[in-house]
Design a protein around this ligand. Structure first.
Ligand code: FES
Length: 102
């Protein structure tokens, strides 16, 4: 089962926003008119991704430069070898919802 959780208004995100749902820290990333959601924790050394930046569809970890696909969470470059979790995002009436698995 999954459920949709309202997390923010679209206008609240210029570039990125950090949110927490239950125990999961999630990074919302805006690319043009789309919003993506991935884990806020790097798979390399479990450090926070929030202070990184977006580059050509990838989020770059601020610590050692690993890159993750913002759509899938796939690890695109070393030193990360494992991906990070990605979440389905829905937008309706100016609000952002994230699909969480039970
Ligand atoms: S903690 Fe992200 S690349 Fe090392």
């Amino acid at each position: 089962m999954s459920r949709l959780i309202k997390v923010a208004k679209i206008e609240e995100i210029n570039e990125k926003l950090k949110i927490k749902i239950e125990d999961e820290e999630i990074l919302l990333i805006r690319e043009n008119n789309s919003i993506y959601a991935v884990s806020n924790t790097c798979s390399h050394q479990e450090k926070e991704l929030f202070c990184g930046f977006l580059e050509n569809g990838a989020w770059v970890c601020p610590h050692h430069g690993a890159r993750f696909d913002i759509k899938t969470g796939e690890a695109l470059s070393m030193p990360a070898v494992e991906g990070i979790k990605s979440y389905n995002v829905k937008m309706a009436d100016g609000e952002i919802f994230i699909e969480m698995e039970d």
